[in-house]
Design a protein around this ligand. Structure first.
Ligand code: SAH
Ligand code: AVI
Length: 781
């Protein structure tokens, strides 16, 4: 496999003990004759020369206490066992054949990975270590010219001796010495190089499967490697996620093992974009084929078109057309195409043509990493590697170390494209969100798929297409009398931060009161939650209240926070994933008033919906009723049982209410005005926020607090080419916050078809939590 398999290890050497022993293997010699035969699957720098251990200086990998490396030993054992498990499914005859020059025989992988440990760990670190066989380096050293003569890559399939049996004996010999080394107290610490060796062999585990698949695909008998092997995952309906542009940071800041090409972390400017949460499917690819995508020159990059012509591409690699339709060679043998599975074995050129045909594009690696770190993507690293439209180049600030490793990286950072994620064949825990895999654009024997992206429709770019929902809603809301806006637009990243700041003001009692009530009553609240329930939260924000539920209800198996604020959602998701590693968290950036599709994995599981904060109060009674009906119908159809735990703010004295919505520090005022600033930022509007002031009033007849933004003067505001005039004193009605009595809330529930099964009220009476139930579909006649 190709990723720069060079950890941030600085190995400074002036007197190598084994002169010239370096490794650099390429798995990707070019297949087209016009291109030179430089190999680009970099696995290890040619500069990683063995040396006296005392000279090893590991810069970015924390040194453990020297001595017995129990953790490393366990990982080493697991690694080596796993490789042998992978090859146990093969016959000896499968192991020596090389099906193309990019691929290597299994026996070669087995020996080469072993040679790596022998050369870079045992020789420098193990006293009195004797080479198993001095001729091995010539055969199984992968790459470097500087090492002197080596066996040509394209002729690895001609190596029948050492036999597979002898190679296995070589593995055992090296394993025995490695185990001894890792169990021995030492002064020099081999951890960094062993880590590298582990990552190196993990890459070969995937390569081995790629190469076996290629080999088996050539065979008329279409052998099955593993009939129970990793199935291509079936997909849920995919959707595009909108992500705000701005200055973001990518690259690793991790002190754990990583390759040097993953850093340094640096800033990247991205424009607003949309990215699919899932990969393109075989079914979608078939549509491209039916639309003659492979024959339409206008969709293809020039170099891609040339290869397409020469090789006569008409489908992804490993697809075969039979009388009854398309089949695909897989590790499970030749199978009919599964239209719901992700398409694989796609070259960059095909991916790019497909994206163009869909009038989209591939994501840049910055866009990919940003979305993945926010936790917004599915099929991140367990289905297929995903092409990005980013060329593989050094990150800004990347400096080749002044040893040969650094030199090696620099020289391979050209002519290849970055893939992100990971594949079903990638060993688990091998990849990271900062991991940069890379291949040449024409290659397709790896497990490579496609994730689409597109530019967000910008109002400034296309004034006639006011396509963003915010623009449409704002323009329509300001066109009526009185002028209104939806409170859901408060919550961009800044708005969500301001809401959290409101919750900390002394005047805003609801959050504190509800938290206290939850703490007091949580045992009762969660008492009826069945095993393996799914917690679905509407308007989850920072998910702080949720933690009380999660802590008290370990029987919850998954959590689906839903929020329009992707900023708040992604921050909360990252923190929750750290704190609740066993909980399956699937965030959804959605408007919960819409008909949201929950992941199919929730089907049949008991659903517990959570709607705290009295956010229901931000809807008019009619809207609130519609919302409760929608959830009853939708959630009721998915789960056997549904309950809704909902927080309700109660009617109380006007002074307390007004103070809560007009706090002395002005945080609520800033929250309210942020709506105008958001319109300026996202829609190129020209609100002068100093010409509006925040107002909160108690509307006694409707039993609600209203928030307004009042115009201080006569003025005209422009939004995306539309002009809105305000006269002095005219206001935008930005939010309602309805307050309830026990009676008014119970009536609402009844109207919406929910029954109250329990409720808890704060003392003094200020805030309530209700547990509502609906009948399961089977009971619901
Ligand atoms: N549940 C949290 C946050 C309440 S603030 C708490 O109780 O403290 C309201 C949250 O609902 C915000 O995070 C906001 O972004 C989200 N929200 C408001 N309207 C929404 C809508 N229509 N769809 C999805 N999320 C919405
Ligand atoms: C989210 N929602 C319930 C809050 C409320 O109290 O209506 C929003 C808010 N508006 C101003 N302060 C807080």
């Amino acid at each position: 496999m190709n990723s720069t398999l060079v950890a941030e290890i600085e190995i400074m050497l002036d007197t190598p003990t084994n002169d010239g022993l370096t490794e650099h293997e390429s798995n990707r010699e070019l297949t087209t004759p016009s291109q030179n035969d430089s190999l680009y699957g970099q696995e290890f720098g040619n500069e990683l020369q063995t040396e006296t251990p005392a000279r090893l200086n590991h810069t970015s990998i924390a040194s453990p206490t020297q001595g017995v490396h129990q953790d490393l030993l366990t990982r080493y054992n697991h690694l080596r066992d796993h490789t042998e498990e992978l090859v146990s499914k093969l016959e000896i005859e499968d192991m020596v054949v090389q099906s193309m020059s990019d691929a290597s025989p299994t026996a070669w992988h087995l020996a080469h990975t072993t040679w790596f440990f022998e050369t870079f760990v045992l020789l420098p670190y193990k006293a009195n270590y004797h080479l198993f066989d001095p001729s091995i380096a010539y055969l199984f050293n992968s790459y470097h010219e500087t090492l002197g003569p080596r066996h040509p890559r394209a002729r690895r399939g001609l190596i029948t001796r050492p036999s597979v049996k002898a190679i296995m004996a070589y593995r055992q010999y090296v394993d025995a010495h490695m185990r001894e080394l890792l169990c021995t107290e030492r002064t020099a610490n081999p951890k960094a190089v062993v880590e590298l060796g582990i990552a190196h062999e993990e890459q070969h585990q995937e390569l081995l499967l790629m190469d076996i698949l290629h080999l088996f695909a050539q065979s008329p008998s279409k052998p099955v490697y593993d009939e129970h092997g990793d199935a291509e995952q079936s997909l849920l309906p995919s959707k595009f996620i909108s992500i705000a542009g701005g200055l973001i940071s990518i690259g690793t800041t991790d002190s754990d093992f990583h390759f040097d090409n993953e850093g340094p972390a640096h800033k990247v400017w991205i424009e607003p974009y949309e990215i699919s949460d899932q990969l393109v499917t075989n079914g979608e690819w078939l549509e491209f084929m039916r639309a003659d995508g492979y024959r339409r020159v206008e969709l293809w990059l020039a170099d891609g078109w040339a290869i397409n012509q020469v090789e006569g591409w008409e489908a992804p690699m490993y697809w075969e057309h039979h009388v009854d339709g398309w089949y695909q060679m897989t590790l499970r043998g030749l199978l009919p195409i599964d239209e719901d599975a992700a398409v694989g074995h796609i070259s960059y050129y095909e991916a790019s043509a497909y994206a163009l045909w869909r009038e989209m594009r591939l994501p840049t690696e910055a866009e990919w990493e940003h979305a993945a770190k926010k936790g917004l993507l599915r099929q991140v690293d367990n289905v297929g590697w995903q092409w990005t439209q980013s060329a593989y180049h050094p990150y800004p600030g990347f400096r080749a170390a002044d040893n040969a490793i650094g030199e090696y990286n620099g020289k391979f950072m050209v002519g290849q494209m970055v893939l992100r994620g990971g594949a079903h064949a990638t060993p688990s825990k091998h990849t990271r969100l900062s991991y940069r895999n890379f291949y040449r654009p024409e290659q397709r024997w790896m497990f490579s798929g496609v994730r689409l992206a597109k530019d967000s429709c910008s109002l400034a770019d296309s004034p006639e297409k006011n396509t963003t929902q915010f623009a449409r809603d704002l323009i329509s809301g300001l066109s009526g009398q009185p002028k209104v806006t939806s409170p859901k637009y408060f919550y961009d990243a800044r708005g969500s931060e301001l809401f959290e700041a409101i919750c900390r003001t002394p005047e805003y009692y609801p959050t504190r009161t509800e938290m206290m009530l939850l703490r007091q009553s949580v045992a009762q609240i969660v008492a009826d939650i069945p095993m393996h329930s799914v917690l679905v939260e509407f308007g989850s924000g920072a998910s702080e209240k949720t933690r009380l539920i999660l802590d008290a209800a370990p029987q919850l198996s998954s959590y689906i926070p839903i929020d329009v604020s992707d900023g708040a959602l992604s921050k909360a998701t990252i923190r929750l994933r750290e704190d609740y590693p066993n909980l399956h968290i699937s965030p959804l950036v959605e408007d919960f008033t819409k008909d949201i599709q929950l992941p199919l994995s929730t089907t049949g599981k008991p659903i517990v919906a959570f709607f705290p904060g009295s956010t229901i109060g931000n809807f008019t009674p009619e809207e609130a009723c519609n919302l409760l009906v929608l959830w009853r119908e939708r959630l009721g159809h998915l789960g056997h049982e549904v309950q809704l735990i909902i927080g309700i703010d109660m009617v109380k004295d006007e002074g307390t209410l007004l103070a809560a919505y007009d706090d002395a520090q002005g945080v609520t005022a800033e929250f309210n005005k942020n709506l105008l600033l958001r319109a300026n930022r996202e829609l190129a509007a020209d609100f002068d926020i100093d010409r509006f002031y925040h107002r909160a009033i108690w509307n006694a007849s409707e039993q609600r607090i209203e928030m307004h933004l009042v115009s201080c003067v006569d003025q005209v505001v422009t939004i995306g080419g539309y002009r809105f005039s305000f006269h002095k004193g005219e206001f935008i009605h930005t939010e309602n916050s309805h307050k309830f009595t026990d009676g008014s809330f119970r009536r609402l529930c009844e109207q919406a078809g929910w029954s109250v099964s329990n409720h808890w009220i704060s003392s003094p009476i200020s805030f309530s939590i209700y547990q509502l139930r609906t009948l399961s579909p089977s009971q619901d006649k």
